[in-house]
Design a protein around this ligand. Structure first.
Ligand code: BV8
Length: 243
């Protein structure tokens, strides 16, 4: 696969993954037939207002996802990205919209979780100094909802909800502007700003490639659409890059 002329050390590759890369590991996507959002209305569970209105409902939604994701294993697609990182080092930037830990379980060391992390929680008070912390517990009853040891406020999932600003956007933008290849895997391309990343990369002359079984909503922006599941197509694309 041709990429914009990287330097002798090889191309700079920006990778964005979405729920589709976790699908074959058994974690449901959002907008698929049995998608996560089915049965849960987005505004009921993934917004600050939802948490204010009904923190127990929101914690039940994320507790269900923690229990569902905890023991899932990565597949060959995740492992291919970990191998690419080992080969390219800091010339590869992996950004995920996913909040599961499959990239880390496959060996990826530097993962930008722009929408937060399912297995971390944080104080719900923006002014509180408590840092996000690892937390794989489930909270299913009102009297078991976690509170901040520092300020006493409710603890919330360390997740970027709709209407909130995603994490690490500066680092992400810098990597997008510098990449020779922008590889997007398994995302419907309807949630912004992630869905706009491909245009940023293309605006600087990077080659843009999408991998997935269906055309994404922003398919016009891609030079190439590689049709098929991530566990099959991603190792092929990475093998081509490593040659
Ligand atoms: C923001 C939380 C301001 C964690 C998520 C009107 C127009 C445009 C934008 C907006 C608008 N109104 C509001 C907005 C902004 C809003 C937005 O985009 N809304 C959309 C719905 C219209 N965005 C926001 O609010 C964002 N914040 O804008 O702040 C700002 C921005 C920049 C700078 C300053 C200020 C915050 C958005 C984050 C919301 N949180 N998740 C959680 O609970 O999980 S979003 C959630 O959906 C996921 O995290 C994911 O990121 C997102 C999209 O899901 P996908 O990953 O694409 O998954 P999906 O199910 O949709 O698709 C699966 C894909 O996989 C499919 O394409 C399928 O074909 C493919 N697939 C299936 N099987 C496989 C496969 N691919 C490969 N292999 C397979 N085997």
């Amino acid at each position: 696969m041709a990429t914009r002329s990287g330097s002798a050390a090889g191309p700079r590759v920006f990778v964005l993954t979405g729920a589709g890369i976790s699908a074959e590991s058994g974690i449901p996507t959002f907008r698929g037939v049995n998608g996560l959002w089915n049965g849960w209305r987005i505004e009921e569970v993934a917004s600050p207002r939802a948490f204010e209105r009904d923190p127990l409902l929101v914690w039940r939604f994320y507790s269900e996802r923690r229990a569902g994701a905890r023991d899932k294993e990565p597949h060959a697609g995740h492992r291919a990205l970990a191998e690419l990182e080992a080969a390219l080092g800091e010339r590869m930037f992996l950004c995920t919209q996913n909040v599961d830990h499959l990239h880390e379980r496959a060996g990826s060391r530097r993962v930008a979780h722009m929408h937060g992390r399912l297995f971390q929680s944080r104080c719900s008070q923006p002014r509180c100094t408590l840092e996000p912390f690892d937390d794989d517990r489930v909270y299913l009853e009102r009297d078991s909802l976690p509170t901040c040891p520092r300020c006493g406020s409710l603890v919330r999932p360390h997740i970027c909800w709709f209407g909130e600003v995603p994490f690490e956007l500066e680092r992400i933008e810098a990597a997008l502007l510098a990449c020779d290849l922008c590889l997007v895997v398994g995302t419907s391309g309807v949630v912004y700003p992630a869905a706009g990343f491909v245009e940023v990369a293309a605006s600087k002359g990077a080659r843009t490639v999408y991998i997935g079984p269906e055309e994404p909503g922003n398919s016009e922006a891609f030079d190439e659409l590689v049709h098929g599941p991530a566990s099959v197509r991603l190792p092929e694309v990475v093998a081509g890059l490593m040659r």
